[in-house]
Design a protein around this ligand. Structure first.
Ligand code: HEM
Length: 750
């Protein structure tokens, strides 16, 4: 195959020995990941209110500006067919298509395509030009229009300009300001200077289980791309083997990891490839390095092409050459008509890539993108032929072929989902073009609030009513934590709002078993309150219960606190809850509750539970001090998922003391592993042999890791108790409020 020379690579590109902590100690826990992309990296500062700024943008004016830009070719990067629309659609699709359901990471939401490694993946070839073309519009609108919103808007507007009625556009994406190092993109080792074939570069076997075609063939979780730098699949088929059926298997796995079903997958691929062309004029090994490692004078652009002008007729992007349709700048059904109307045979592009051409010499032809009057044979990729040979995809294609309106609607809706999937609740959508009226199941809809908002007096009454149920504080805390902790900032899903801890699938997760009787008791409180004419959601009661538990715990430790409580949560229905998609939120390990599921070994072979614990803290946007204080507090409050005493390093369970920290770092103790899996340890008093405690890796990590241990020292100190309670309450409230976009608006921090 002709694919990725000049590709990016994880370190060592210039033959340098890695001179970093990771280079020296590859297994170290990267606690510093918790402090990335923070206020220090953000030139707009903590007070910048994107919603207010975005409200000043007139989206119709923006659309006119984008239309003019798309249809005005510039010399440094001439537009194919006089229209940049197709390359902008591809840019937006590649921005969104990194999304993955397993951990909610990727997606268009923070404009990560600007930064390595994504900026420099082979599959993002020449998207640097697309973004650079947008610079005048970015300048004009300034901070009122983030790169992330501009990229999605432009792709969407390009579809409209070429005839697709789109489903809408919601703004509200906040740009990141530095590369995201917290996402595990999976193993892939390339040596860009010694590449003969695709197989030389890609450690395919490390990303996949089994062989393509086997029943157990699957991709390592949480990955979603067949190859890191190809975002989804190799267009030439698995390992460039030209096998359409194998390609279909890879497409199904990768697109379902993107949360797309078969119909959405076909709509997206067939819809996207109604536009534009593929570029494969020059052998890949002649193309220069990608943006991240390009020469400084290239000013952030990569993939220098030495042939001719290096653009226009000579463009080299992926390696395949040609267009799918006769009119690549118009929305019509000719992609499917061509796919099904002809027999296709394998050929090679000028760059040497495997592709398909109609066997019939009389098949329609497609115009040259730059030279008037010249025409070329139509083209399909192995991944396009896949839609015809796979029986389930074929059935969808046949429905779309017979009903263009159905196809049009399916593509519009799938595009909307693709580009908004990672934005979380609709409260985050900005602007008049967001289609707010419809509830789409993938948005995890929340109903409107019922009844009058709770007053202070109501909340006081409810606090007492919760106490009167006699539910132990540790159960209240465990339940509120279980509800709130499904939140992940990656795609803003989960959290306590919606009351979904009481719905399938969450109510049935074994890790949530302590929540079941608590939810029952709180339903009683809810019903009583209702009989007295009030309305309170179960979701609010779950969180309020946690507040009560924490307050009682603090009092038992001699500190009076009132835990903040912000009412206004609502209860979703089961019908508003996509059970399959919520199943992805089930923790594979949750160190906060000292939980490691039986799926853990399969999920992350070779990964330590504490690394997954760190990842959980990261997905909840916790800092290292917050991570530490929350864990120490949850332990002494007795919030383990199974009620066990593992890591509960106190004799006063239920009191919010600093005992966890004091005892964890007690120098009289020796810690010894109890089995070969190194998952459980006993702490014994060295001099007497007295067995004191049992702990897990999620406990010991706070004593063994130097950065965490420094924080532990703060709380274990003789002056640590007040600070501990105060910090615990603040971190607790932060977790309870993570998903409250209905009240916290569009600020990034706080
Ligand atoms: C172009 C592969 C899905 C939209 C391309 C190119 C490749 C490719 C190799 C040529 C890039 C170049 O050399 O310029 C694939 C594969 C897919 C897929 C393997 C999935 C199996 C999609 C989807 C969309 C899309 C879902 C949008 C919804 C486009 C567009 C172009 C394009 C608009 C033309 C870009 C231009 O004219 O510059 N695709 N694609 N593709 N793709 Fe896809």
């Amino acid at each position: 195959g002709a694919l990725p020379a000049g590709g990016d690579h994880l370190g060592g590109t210039l033959g340098q020995a890695p001179s970093s902590l990771e280079g020296w100690y590859p297994q170290r826990l990267r606690v510093e990941l918790l402090h990335r992309n923070g206020i220090d990296a953000d030139p707009l500062g903590a007070d910048f209110d994107y919603a207010a700024a975005f409200a000043t943008v007139d989206l119709e004016e923006l659309a006119r500006d984008v239309d003019a830009l798309l249809t005005t070719s510039v010399d440094w990067w001439p537009a194919d067919y006089g229209n940049y629309g197709p390359q902008m659609i591809r840019m937006a699709w590649h921005a969104a298509g990194t999304y993955r359901i397993a951990d909610g990471r990727g997606g268009a939401g923070t404009a990560m395509q600007r930064f390595a490694p994504i900026s420099s993946w082979w599959d993002n070839g020449n998207t640097d030009k697309s973004r650079r073309l947008l610079q005048p519009i970015k300048r004009k609108y300034g901070n009122a229009l983030s790169w992330a919103d501009l990229m999605v808007f432009t792709g969407t507007r390009a579809l409209e300009l070429m005839g697709l009625p789109t489903y809408g556009f919601g703004g509200g994406r906040l740009d990141a300001w530095e590369p995201d190092e917290g996402t595990w993109w999976g193993p892939e080792v390339w040596d860009p200077h010694h590449v003969d074939s695709y197989d030389d570069m890609v450690s395919r076997d490390e990303r996949w289980h089994g062989q393509n075609g086997d029943a157990d063939y699957d991709l390592q979780s949480p990955l979603a791309a067949s190859h890191q730098a190809l975002i989804y699949v190799n267009p030439e088929g698995p390992a460039a083997n030209g096998d359409p059926m194998g390609s279909a298997r890879d497409i199904r796995i990768t697109f379902s990891r993107m949360a797309m079903n078969d119909e959405e997958t076909v709509a997206l691929i067939a819809g996207g490839h109604a536009f534009g062309k593929s570029h494969g004029q020059v052998a890949a090994d002649r193309i220069g390095p990608p943006p991240e490692i390009a020469p400084i004078e290239a000013m952030g652009l990569g993939w220098h092409n030495p042939q001719g002008a290096g653009n226009g007729r000579d463009t080299m992007t992926n390696g395949i050459e040609g267009s799918w349709t006769q009119d690549p700048t118009r929305w019509d059904n000719s992609y499917l008509e061509n796919l099904f109307g002809h027999e296709w045979e394998q050929t090679r592009s000028p760059a040497g890539a495997l592709q398909w051409t109609p066997a019939d010499p009389d098949a329609p032809r497609t115009p040259d993108a730059h030279v008037p009057g010249e025409t070329h044979a139509l083209m399909m990729m192995t991944s396009d032929i896949a839609l015809k040979v796979d029986p389930a995809y074929r059935a969808v294609c046949e429905r779309f072929l017979a009903d263009f309106d159905l196809f049009t609607t399916a593509f519009s809706k799938a595009w909307y989902k693709l580009t908004h999937r990672d934005m979380g609740p609709k409260h985050r959508y900005l602007g008049p073009q967001a289609t707010i009226s419809d509830d789409l199941l993938w948005q995890d809809p929340l109903p409107d609030p019922v009844g009058a908002p709770l007053t202070e007096a109501d909340v006081d009454r409810l606090r007492q009513a919760v106490r009167d149920t006699g539910t132990p504080a540790s159960d209240l805390v465990a339940t509120a934590y279980a509800a709130a902790s499904t939140y992940r900032d990656s795609d803003k899903r989960g959290g306590a709002n919606g009351g979904r801890v009481a719905l399938a699938p969450q109510k049935d997760w074994s890790v949530n078993r302590r929540t079941v009787p608590v939810v029952e008791a709180l339903r009683g409180v809810q019903a009583d309150f209702g009989r007295n004419g009030g309305h309170v959601s179960l979701a609010d009661l779950v969180v309020l219960g946690g507040c009560v538990g924490v307050e009682d715990g603090a009092r038992a430790a001699g500190v009076e606190v009132r835990v903040p409580f912000t009412p206004g949560r609502v209860d979703a229905t089961q019908e508003q809850t996509d059970v399959e998609m919520f199943e992805w939120l089930r923790p594979v390990a949750d160190g906060f509750r000292n939980h490691v599921s039986e799926r853990f070994a399969d999920f992350a072979p070779g990964v330590a539970p504490e690394a997954v614990f760190l990842d959980r803290a990261n997905l909840m946007t916790l800092t290292a001090p917050e991570w530490t204080v929350l864990t120490g507090g949850l332990r002494v409050l007795g919030a383990n998922w199974d009620g066990s005493s593992t890591g509960v390093l106190t004799d006063r369970v239920g009191a919010l003391t600093t005992d966890f920290f004091v005892n964890l770092t007690d120098t009289d103790l020796v810690w010894v592993k109890t089995d070969d899996t190194e998952s459980t340890f006993t702490g014994t008093v060295e001099s007497t042999g007295e067995h004191r405690w049992t702990a897990s890796r999620a406990d010991l990590v706070f004593g063994s890791n130097a950065q965490l241990r420094s924080i532990v020292d703060v709380y274990a100190g003789s002056d640590g108790q007040e600070r501990f309670v105060h910090d615990f309450v603040a971190a607790w409230d932060k977790v309870m409020m993570l998903d409250r976009y209905d009240v916290k608006g569009h600020r990034r921090y706080g």
